[in-house]
Design a protein around this ligand. Structure first.
Ligand SMILES: [Fe+2]
Ligand SMILES: [Fe+2]
Length: 168
């Protein structure tokens, strides 16, 4: 019996990863359909993407990967640090070795943005009980996140402050 449950836990994780990936892939397909002049197909991709996201979140909740907000902040901080200091620098070296320019730019911008994400988490952990309200803005090109309304170009990819997306 317990073995069966273990298998299901493993399957839940696989299903979570599969659905989360599919949801994002479909967003990419929708973008492409939009560019190719198929707005109806784009809508369909976005609808199924939203549905796969619901599945992914359901599997995730059952897995109990989500803990208290304090633990989730700590976990997110550690994961950003691991990624920006370990994973992306390694990926970046390989991309440079192989002369894969697009991967190099994507990894380098992501690494820089992740470093800032880590700082934002650290700051949030230190000020979790403060009453101050801050709006966050995301750079649509590189994923850099700015606390407060941006007035200058993105420090990672130089896109203008007017292009930033305000997070609800
Ligand atoms: Fe990040
Ligand atoms: Fe950017």
């Amino acid at each position: 019996m317990s073995n069966q449950k273990n298998q299901s836990e493993e399957n839940l994780y696989k299903a979570f990863v599969g659905e989360a990936t599919a949801s994002l892939r479909l967003k990419g397909y929708a973008e492409k359909a939009e560019k190719e002049g198929y707005p109806q197909m784009a809508k369909l991709f976005r609808a199924i993407s939203a549905a796969e996201e619901i599945h992914a979140l359901k599997h995730l909740r059952i897995l109990r990967i989500i803990k208290s907000t304090q633990e989730n902040l700590q976990d997110s901080f550690e994961s950003e640090t691991r990624i920006s200091e370990g994973v992306y620098p390694d990926f970046l070296r390989v991309a440079i070795d192989e002369g894969h320019k697009a991967a190099e730019v994507s990894f380098s911008q992501a690494r820089d943005a992740e470093e800032v994400h880590g700082k934002l988490y650290k700051n949030a952990i230190d000020h979790m009980l403060d009453e101050t309200e801050t709006d966050y803005y995301v750079c649509p090109v590189c994923g850099y996140v700015h606390a407060g309304e941006p007035t200058e170009d993105c420090p990672v990819c130089n896109v203008g402050p007017d292009k930033f997306l305000k997070v609800a």
